[in-house]
Design a protein around this ligand. Structure first.
Ligand SMILES: [Cu+2]
Length: 149
């Protein structure tokens, strides 16, 4: 009994500590796993942290890609498939994770300059017209990273 309450207290303080930017809409932990096959899309992941009001991510752009789409992987009868998303809701105060097997970005044609820098600059556009510029870390195939999209 005593041990359980100690554990709960520890995890509660972890939650508070990880919430550095309080109730400001922001994104972090952005990575792009570059496709091992030339011409195939790369997959982008990140965490979206909601602000004071409910918003939705309605678009993602970058000067240095051919095309970028928001997708969701779903599994039905053991078959995984991807749907294009028009938006990704980010409720106030909640964290939405773009991750392998779930919501993700599909990115075609990442430019050589970004690959050299190891970073892809992208702009997240939200339904309340907030624009957030982030640098996603580019990971080459085989580097330690989420394995599939
Ligand atoms: Cu996809």
């Amino acid at each position: 009994m005593h041990r359980i309450s100690l554990m709960l207290a520890a995890s509660a303080s972890l939650l508070v500590a990880s919430c550095g930017q309080g109730d400001v809409l922001h994104a972090d932990e952005a990575v792009v796993n570059l496709s091992p096959v030339e011409g195939n899309p790369s997959a982008g992941y990140m965490k979206l942290h909601g602000g004071r009001v409910d918003v939705a991510l309605v678009g993602v752009t970058s000067d240095d890609v051919l095309r970028m789409e928001m997708h969701e992987t779903t599994e039905k009868d053991g078959m995984a498939s991807m749907n294009m998303l028009k938006d990704i809701p980010v409720p106030a105060g909640e964290t939405v994770t773009l991750e392998p097997g779930g919501k993700h970005l599909m990115i075609w044609g990442v430019g050589a300059g970004s690959k050299q820098r190891g970073l892809l600059k992208m702009t997240l556009i939200f339904s309340n017209d907030d624009r957030i510029e982030i640098d996603a870390v580019l990971k080459n195939p085989g580097e330690a990273a989420p394995a599939k999209d």
